[in-house]
Write a protein that binds this ligand. Sequence first.
Ligand SMILES: [Cu+2]
Length: 73
Amino acid sequence: MKTMILDIDGMSCEHCVRHVTEALDELNDVHKVAVDLAGNRATVEVDDSFDEAAASAAVDDAGYEVTAVRAAE
Ligand SMILES: [Cu+2]
């Protein structure tokens, strides 16, 4: 397990937070999701085999844009 941070554009309210949370929760390699609306990011606990491209695609499909993915410090 590791913790990653996804910077996300396009979230404006709790409705958006729920959509992004659900999109990430559906991924098999994602175990915990915490979306920070004010910070425009999601912190996720994931398997070591985490597929960044698949996670970005899932968020994009929900109507938002992942602008960066990085390991949490
Ligand atoms: Cu919204």
